[in-house]
Design a binder for this molecule. Sequence first.
Ligand code: MCF
Ligand code: FE
Length: 411
Amino acid sequence: MNILCADFVLTCNDNFDIFYNGAICFEKEIVDVGNKDDILKKYKNAKITELPKNSVLMPGLVNAHTHLEFSSNIATLTYGSFIPWLNSVIQNREILREKYSESKTEKLLDDMLKSGVTTLGNISSFGIDLLVCKKSKQKIVYFAEAIGSVALALDALYSDFKARVYEALDLKDEKFIPALSVHSPYSTHPIITKKVVELAKNKNLIISTHFMESYAERCWIDNANGEFKDKFFNNFNPDIKPMYESGLEFLKFFDGVKTLFTHSVFANESELEFIKSINASITHCPTSNRLLVNDKLNLQNIKEKNILLSLGTDGLSSNTSLNLWVEMRNAIYLHTNDEIDSLAKTLILSSTNFGAKALGLKIGQLDKNYQSDIISFCLEEIPKNISNLCLQIILQTKSVDLIYINGEKVI
Ligand code: MCF
Ligand code: FE
């Protein structure tokens, strides 16, 4: 049994309890959290570690949405507007795939770990990241992606997808968690979506899908017009029509399976209400949204509707970093209408408690019986005004000093 003592213990539990001069007692799972004196008195035989001045203990971070396979992008893809980006993906998909490197991905995962990310949700489009993810020190929810709209190719696409899913299922363990992804309403045929949801229900897997990321997607699904028609589908087939009658029709497929809707920047009121009604969550990728669609999610509306919100960096296909502290800082600078301290608290919760709930894992809180995924780091200076604590944690932290996953020290 281990005890860690720190100046600040951010439990990130549902009450957002913070212990000043706190301690955590843990094995593979957390045994107890509280004031240092109480914990030391209660667990006399534990191995005690006193962390340095200004130390913070909190749950490991959860980056709920990445695309490791697209990591070779630096300046290949076009930023600024969604359809030019999508066309540049189509044009460069094979080049990026060929440039994908296992050793670089290992290094990226290692850098993420050092920044405090102990769990990630990764969308796998090709399956070439399978073994790196399986070997990683972090927990990875591995979303095998289904995509395709051409009716004649659906059987072949689905069987390729299913083969990737079964390969992942064979490797399942407590740190490698297979899951499914439906790419989006503009790219995935309803026949495929229906089959993916059935598979998720049969195998008890969660789903991640991109939803209402751009204004172009909104116009296409609502009115079959806009940039998707003029600058994307016209290149392939001018007669093509949206595959779903409405955004709501797409959402209804996911009733009864745990789903993360990524982006949702342009989701309308009835879609958001439906997302809430099926207990699904939204994954916010603020940097990606800035670069690809030049807009941002209305966080106040998400909070008012009580929708679970996780945070993700998206891939290096639409970001320059997979470090969640950088993402939180970017969110602080982007969401200029939100009160800064409450935004900072929301971001920390989205990166811990909420992200964990969205992925269906018993992590993200320093609380009894949760898995011992714990990070610690030291602030250079403690804010004089303690109401700035979350904000200062976000502003000052770049990497962490100590990392435990399932109670094992990994750094
Ligand atoms: O989240 C971003 C933007 N929205 C959609 N897709 C992706 C993102 N980053 C990478 N992607 C991938 C996606 O998984 O790009 C491809 C898919 O394989 C786009 S569709 C040809
Ligand atoms: Fe994405």
